[in-house]
Structures are given as structure tokens and as C-alpha cells.
Write a protein that binds this ligand. Sequence first.
Ligand code: SF4
Length: 374
Amino acid sequence: MSDVRKLVNQVLDGERLTPEEGLFLYENAALPDLMPAAARVRERFSQPETVTYLVDRNVNYTNVCITDCKFCEFYRPPGHDEAYVLDREQMSRKLTELRDAGGTRVLLQGGHHPDLPISWYEELLTWMRDEFPTIERDAFSPPEIEHISHVEGIPVRDVLKRLKDAGLDGVPGGGGEILDDEIRTQVSPKKTKTAAWLDVMDGAHELDLYTSASMVFGFGEKPKHRVNSFTALRQQQDRSLERYGRGFMAFISWPLQYESRYGRVFSGLKGWKLGGSADDYLFHTAFARLFLDNIPHFQVSWPTMGLAVAKDALRAGCDDMGGTMMEENVVSQAGSVHSCVTEQQVRSTVEAAGFTPRKRNSRYHALEPTGDTP
Ligand code: SF4
């Protein structure tokens, strides 16, 4: 039996891969080695015949940012002609559309605006909670939380506590990219480093905020950096489960979208292999399911890969279609063409893959009367 087969069988027997074993597998396995095993492991965590999804909307409340990530086509520096901060009327219109479409979650993400105090975020959350009580508020990824703490001069945990008191339900896993500071320093030198990203999530878990872990790959990093990133997530999940009895609810990854409309992406990183193919994505997803043995749900990334690849990902360890989004501005500006889909398209994709679709809320509680909680 090959060493790859032995390691895959080890996971199927319920034994955790060490980081060294993970790196060996990542470097030596092929997609057919991992996909069927990942599909079997997925069945340990969720109903085998069901695939869940969420009706939600992304709202990018500002594109003003001072962090200058090299891969980002979304942000504008302060004072730029195209810089914006959404006002209440614009927010209200978006949330009304979401509510009318049966949506239950808004995902608020934005740039690192240098002049917005924490009270701006608190007032926004409280207004949303009061005006749109049926819509959950997952907002402000770890780098945004860290940025607010710097602007305000208070600890990250105080920021999280104040935002939760104001109406925050969850912290999305954005800004994780590759959790290895060698890569982070190259592609986003001003952005939250690995330990700080994980510390924000530790604080969120302590406060019982819903969280997910995201991973963008294809910055030119090596397999060892990817496995380091997986290892950092797995260790944090172990810590959170031990300390608080809860942790990341879900994992999602996608390859870097680097088609630049402005021709300035990655000017300092020429010669690196960027992004990834559909097979790269499926391989990475299946590997993640085998290595991350303590995160229950895996979401497909249809906004970057499209629904056809998303359908395949449901056979590579994923059990969830993520959100319908209604609107997406960040990866779409970096070259992704799949910026939103209808609820019916999500359901049809799930059914075409041979599963039963089931609508859920942020915490993976079923919102359809048929069947059990997934
Ligand atoms: S990825 Fe986020 S933090 Fe980085 S420049 Fe873009 S908006 Fe700013």
C-alpha cells in the first residue's frame, strides 16, 4: 500500500494527521486519492443526504481602507473620488430587499476606515437590530476588529464585547488568507498577523459569537505555508473547544482571484504562481476536510468557482452552499464573475448533485419544517 493510501486510511480510521503527514499528503496525493475520503469524513459531521444554504446578503459598508493589501481591487484610499461610506438610507434599502427575499443574515464587511470610531459600528448594529430584527448580523472580520481596536485605543476583547452588546451575532472569517506570517508579510504587510487573527477569533469564541474560518490560497506560497495555515486553524479550534466548548462553525477556501482591472495586482511578486484551477480548489478542499478534523461544516465557494465546480465540491467534503449573497463586491472586483445567485439556483445545484437542499440560519439551525436540524 502506498504511503498516500496509508495516510488516507489513517484519517478514515479517525486518526489525526500530523503537520508532517499533512505536508506529505498535500505534496504527493492526487485529487482522486482525496475526494472520496473527504466525502466520507463529511458524513461524520452532518446529515449525509442534506446540503444546507443560507439566504443572505453581503454589504460592504465602506471601501475606504488604509491597509493596501497587494491583491485587493476593492479598496480606495481616503479622499479618493470613488471612496464611499454607506448611509442609513442605502443600508435600509439593501436590508429591506434582503428581508423581502426571505433573507436571514447580513454579512457586513468593509475596508479599514481611519476615521470611523467604534460608536459608528455600534450605532449601525443597534439600528439594524431594531429595524430588521429577523436578520442576523455577522460583521467585521478579524482585521476590521483589530483596526477598530487600534483606532479606538482599546483591547480587541473590549471591541468584541461592545459590538456584541450593540447587536453583533458573529464574526466572519475574512482576512485569514494564508495564516503564515512569511506570506502575510509579502502580500499584505500592514494587515493583521497570524497570532492576532487567531486571538480575535479566540475572543469571539469566548463571547459565543458565530465564526467561520476562511482561507485564500494561490499567492505564490508553497504547500508548507498552506499546511502551516491549516495547522494554525486546527490548533486554535482545539484551544477554543477546550476553553469554551465551541469554536469555528465552518471552513471555506478559494483560490486567489487576481484578474486585475487596473493592471497593478502583485506588482512586487512577479514569477509567483497565482490563483488555482478548479482541480486545485477541489484538491485543497478535500485535503482541508481530511486535515481539519475538528471543524464541522465546509462551505463551497461558488462566488469564485461557479456553480458547476461547487456541485463537484459537494463530493469533496463540503456540506453547505454558503449564502446566496444577493450582492458581492470584493472578489468580483478581483476578477470573479459569479457574484450572486438565486435561491432556486442554489437548490437546483444541490439537487443535481444528488442531495436535498435545506435552508438554514447562521448557526446551522434548519429553517425548513421538513426533517431534523442538520
Ligand atoms: S483586503 Fe481588506 S484590508 Fe486589505 S486593502 Fe482590501 S479592504 Fe483593505
